[in-house]
Design a protein. Sequence first.
Length: 338
Amino acid sequence: MPKALARRALALAAGLLAAAPALAQENVRMILNWRLEGPNAPFFLAEDRGFFREEGITLRMDPGEGSSAPIGRIAAGTYDAGFGDINTLIEFTARQPERRVVTAMVLYTRPPMAVVSLARANVTRPQDLAGRRVGAPQNDTGFRLFPAFATLAGIDASRVNFQSVTPQLRETLLVRGDVEAVTGFDSTVWFGLKGLGVRREDVRFMYYGDHGVDVLSNSILVSTEMAERRPQVVAGLVRAITRGWVEAIRDPRAAVQHIARREALLDPALETERLQWVIDNQIRTPEALANGIGHVEPERLARAIGIVAQGFGLPRVPAPAEILDTRFLPAAEARRIQ
């Protein structure tokens, strides 16, 4: 081919490439469960490594205000997706079935809800809570599920002296002795206590899951509108998040650097420890090791819904299909962890 003709062919090809439209990107707005801390590092790892972009998704992630908050924000249309508490979703679905939000993937398959005390209080079993002062934020899932915990543990909830506290003061009041125990997520309470100089050996955790409250916890939540109208986007979102978590579990220290870039005052060592705590206590469960993260047996989901319905005194018990849509879960091999 003559050189002039070859140059014209190359120029034409370049022009066609320049004129071709870029791969369409779907915009997705997502709210996290809490501020930018170690346990949210996997989401930003996925963003920085281009996992969402590879799925054709332009994702905007905002810090959250607690695990219960994303459900209302998604239902209102402010966000398309969120990282939040499946137990709150069960309550929301039972009370407002017309404002639909659904779980696309469960991440925390071991519930983090616990009654936490210091060794000096000598609270070692549920029966020890009778007559004790227990601090609890009113919107705390642990407080709201306490009736179910009390029933399954065989104690009288009315004999516990609950005191309403703010999340910001919960650990301080426990250390000062103003309350003898508190309810909350294990990692939240523990790292709050650690920041106040408390040693791990002086902290006692009474896990709800060890006393019959075998519920699930933080999950990837999406609007049913997006699930129905843009299922390929939800599937891509879950695939990208799964990749982020698998990579973060493999190297938590490296994952936390993706949060540290966004929070100048963040302590990387502390946040790595916080992320590792969540991995060890909520993510790396026997069922996750056997079947991959996100795996939930149908029988367990149904049982968990029943426990929540009882604990919250719900007007009806939602069907499992109203709560979890399993269509979006990646293949087990993509979810495999060690």
